[in-house]
Design a protein around this ligand. Structure first.
Ligand code: NDP
Length: 455
């Protein structure tokens, strides 16, 4: 049977674009891609990239005070949201252009419209045309969801933050995951009065307790009204304001409410179940370790599969798919020991097991090496310096570094490097015999001699 294409990719986010252009550009496959929104997807348009630029924007407010302590005659006053957004939008347009040019340069046919699956080899475009393909790759990502509460439509989600006309005077953020905690810090840094409610006992569930405790402590110290063990039962409008109905029966008023309560895979009305593709309870596509669905010609990668919701992982899954299907080299994407950063203020970088996870899965006693201190640059300036945490989780018998957790400036940059060592299976003694780079914060990573506890 002859097909219009060897590969039809649905969704032009980071994973889909990488798979499409590598399959077309490097294996000579005939490839098409469909995108109903903007090329670049969540990461480039409404996620990692604009968020990180907002993180940068939000940190300048503190610089003047510190610079003054170093002898500068510095003054920073008001933050201009409109000016920032104009520049941000130009940057996103530029990046979208780059994505488009990469696809064009690889000879990928683009369809800027919604595509759904008709059957194992057919894609239906919104304009009614059908395209056939030997393989279909679903990379439709996910979207933020509001909880099912009365008045939930009065709240915003993370996508809406990038489209605000102006900054609110105060805001409530509901949720204590990556997105809620990062935006609490960003908006706080931009001068918004931020309240954050988290239903559990500590934000950033799943990460190392000592690390998330420090982040929460520093977020509070920087002025965020972080309330744990607190949730809402609904929202009501009162004039220009939104009233949050708290689970303890109290009411609180805010200019804006942002739900950062998780994301849902984009699989609604896509024709998957009719085509035989199985979905999990949360709507994610079920795939095997090669990203293949139950329909052999249909694969899925990235957030739509709800494995690890991170851009570099989606890209790896896309590359493994191309190797498996178009190069004849069966390749499983590696989901072990993924380093990641949470761009809170202070920032966290982490790889491997938390202390709590190590206790239950390490299969050997575990040594904890940890140190906490004020960074040299801020400590010289005086005032309220955010503390740094450096922590290693080490197998007492294997000597392997099972986990590494860093909280502090540039933690994301540091964990990328530490991640290489941990991925290689480095032992504590490998860390120890590496000469310190002095004076840096990172040198603590190779100078912690005595465990603070053994568990
Ligand atoms: P998360 O799953 O990380 O966090 C969701 C938060 O909302 C949790 O605190 C959760 O509480 C809470 N929550 C869920 N449902 C409700 C509800 N009905 N009422 C009140 N609270 C609720 O999702 P995010 O949207 O923050 O992030 C999604 C994913 O995106 C992350 O897992 C991450 O992989 C990725 N991401 C990565 C970033 C990075 O690399 N820096 C940045 C942003 C996102 P509970 O803990 O009790 O379940």
């Amino acid at each position: 049977m002859s097909f219009d294409y060897d590969l039809f990719v649905i969704g032009a986010g980071s994973g889909g674009v990488r798979a499409a252009r590598v399959a077309a550009g490097e294996t000579g496959a005939r490839v098409a891609i469909a995108e109903e929104s903007r090329y670049g997807g969540t990461c480039v348009i409404r996620g990692c990239v604009p968020k990180k630029l907002m993180v940068f924007a939000s940190t300048y407010g503190r610089v003047a005070e510190e610079a003054a302590a170093y002898g500068w005659d510095a003054k920073i006053e008001n933050f201009n949201w409109t000016a920032f957004c104009s520049k941000l939008n130009l940057e996103l347009d530029r990046l979208e252009g780059v994505y488009n040019r990469l696809l064009d340069g690889s000879g990928v046919d683009k369809f800027s419209q919604r595509a759904t699956v008709r059957d194992a080899h057919t894609v239906l475009l919104a304009d009614g045309t059908e395209k056939t393909a030997k393989h279909i790759l679903v990379a439709t990502g996910g979207r933020p969801v509001r909880p099912d509460l009365p008045g939930a439509e009065l709240g915003m989600v993370s996508d809406d933050i990038f489209h605000m006309d102006s900054l609110p005077g105060n805001v409530l953020i509901v949720g204590g995951g990556y997105i809620g905690s990062e935006f609490a810090c960003i908006l706080n840094g931009m001068g918004v009065s931020v309240t954050q409610y988290y239903r559990g006992d500590q934000i950033l569930r799943g990460f190392d307790n000592e690390a998330r405790n420090l982040i929460a402590e520093e977020m509070r110290a920087s002025g965020i009204d972080l309330q744990t063990g607190t949730d809402i039962t609904g929202l009501e409008r009162d004039g220009d304001q939104i009233v949050a109905l708290r689970s303890d029966g109290a009411k609180a008023r805010f200019d804006k409410v942002i739900f950062a309560t998780g994301r849902r895979p984009n699989t609604d009305d896509m024709g998957f179940e009719e085509a035989g593709v199985t979905l999990k309870g949360n709507g994610a596509i079920t795939v095997d370790e090669y990203s293949q669905t139950g329909v052999p010609s249909i694969y899925a990668i990235g957030d739509v599969t709800d494995r690890v919701q991170l851009t570099p992982v989606a890209i790896r899954e896309g590359m493994a798919f191309v190797a498996t299907v178009f190069r004849g080299e069966p390749t499983r994407p590696d989901h072990e020991l993924i380093p990641t950063a949470i761009f809170t203020q202070p920032e966290m970088g982490t790889v491997g097991l938390s202390e709590e996870q190590a206790k239950s899965v390490a299969g050997e006693p575990v040594e904890i090496y940890a140190t906490s201190f004020k960074p040299m640059q801020q400590s010289f300036a005086g005032g309220a310096a955010q503390k740094i945490l450096m922590k290693l989780v080490v197998g007492k018998e294997s000597r392997k570094v099972l986990g590494c957790h860093i909280v502090g400036p540039a933690a994301g940059e540091m964990i990328q490097m530490a991640g290489i060592a941990v991925k290689m299976g480095a032992t504590k003694e490998d860390f120890d015999r590496t000469v310190a780079v002095h004076p840096t914060a990172a040198e603590e990573m190779v100078t912690m001699r005595t465990p603070v506890r053994t568990i």
